[in-house]
Design a protein around this ligand. Structure first.
Ligand code: ADP
Ligand code: MG
Length: 330
């Protein structure tokens, strides 16, 4: 009798254990599907970098990739690779710097010179004006045409030599300067995504100041991205749903100043040395890589609607191009 009761007790315990086991397996399974997403933000390249994914350690590693690129392309740091190259016209470059410059030269060819990193000297002039006009403390005056004209002679990426065997980059004219502001963000985002992938991450959102890559899906849905209306900050222009795609937007609306009702932005037509003035407000590019989206959105502003669209059509890496012009708003 006592033995029977003992056996019965064992049975109940076993059953209990079995239920516990089932609950445990269910819990592990379910929490596996809905592991929480973490979002971390930091300051990078003069803007915000934001990464969302389920692996907090991986976020840190991806930020490291971005800050490595930032350190190379930072014009304000006199010891950065870009500053040293701009100062002396010659540099024994790191692998990343070589990649950045080689990609820039590739897109220079592809865009027939619309994307040209040698705009540095004129970008400096115009950014200085934008800075002066900020807060309207000082009335921004236009630079003298003679000044722009002198600097225009320094523009042209064919004047950059890259020696692949020695990794030496040389400027063929004194006074030249490169500006990686139109490509470094895209390159950095791609590097961050590569790192996340090698760490086994399959779902993430990487955003560096609006140059974005959507890795995989979030749960069973594509990542939802909103591109803001450049003329109305509180409105959404393009709601997007993306998976394994990058998106970037360039335009005349974030950095600019006005003189006599005319807008002067930070995107320069390398042929004139003046800010682009062709009625394009913004270009959004959806592409396979962030570098393509970043570069081609800037180039698209320079090229204007027709040329940008026909160029984009011939490029496999571009999925979609969306252009907003002044006259579309009328
Ligand atoms: P943001 O930096 O605001 O994301 P973009 O990606 O469009 O904007 O990059 C614009 C930057 O690219 C400018 O601030 C300047 O540093 C650089 N730039 C301007 N004009 C050109 C050009 N024609 N080709 C290459 N780079 C350019
Ligand atoms: Mg860009």
């Amino acid at each position: 009798m006592a033995k029977a009761a003992h056996n019965h007790g064992n049975l109940i315990m076993l059953k209990g254990l079995r239920y516990l086991l089932i609950i445990f397996v269910l819990w592990v399974g379910l929490s596996g599907c809905s592991r929480p997403y973490y979002t971390e933000t930091c300051l990078m390249m003069g803007t915000f970098a934001k990464i969302t994914c389920q692996d907090q350690e991986a976020i840190g590693a991806a930020f490291k990739e971005m800050s490595r690129v930032d350190a190379i392309a930072d014009n304000f740091d006199s010891s950065s690779e870009i500053s040293r190259l701009n100062k002396t016209g010659k540099l024994k470059a790191s692998g990343d710097m070589m990649d950045l410059v080689k990609n820039s030269l590739k897109y220079y060819e592809l865009t027939n010179g619309a994307f040209d990193i040698t705009v540095g000297p004129v970008v400096d002039v115009w950014k200085q004006k934008i800075e002066e006009a900020r807060g309207n403390k000082i009335q921004a005056l236009l630079p003298s045409p003679a000044d722009i004209d002198a600097k225009l002679r320094l523009i042209g990426s064919e004047k950059i030599s890259v020696d692949e065997t020695t990794s030496v980059i040389t400027f063929n004219q004194p006074g030249m300067e490169i500006d990686l502001g139109g490509i470094a963000k895209g390159y950095a985002v791609d590097k961050a995504v590569e790192r996340l992938k090698t760490l086994g991450v399959t779902s993430a959102l990487v955003d560096l100041g609006g140059t974005i890559y959507c890795l995989g899906r979030k749960g069973n849905k594509k990542w939802r991205i909103a591109i803001r209306d450049p003329r109305h900050n509180d409105r959404i222009l393009h709601p997007l749903e993306l998976e394994n795609r990058a998106v970037a937007t360039s335009g005349d609306y974030e950095q600019f100043f006005m003189v006599k009702g005319k807008r002067y932005s930070h995107i320069i037509d390398p042929k004139t040395g003046y800010p682009v003035n062709n009625g394009v407000i913004s270009v959004t590019i959806i592409a396979d890589s962030a570098i393509a989206a970043d570069v081609m959105s800037t180039a698209g502003v320079v090229l204007g609607k027709e040329k940008a669209e026909s160029l984009a059509e011939g490029m496999n890496e571009i999925v979609e191009i969306k252009i907003l012009r002044e006259k579309d708003l009328l």
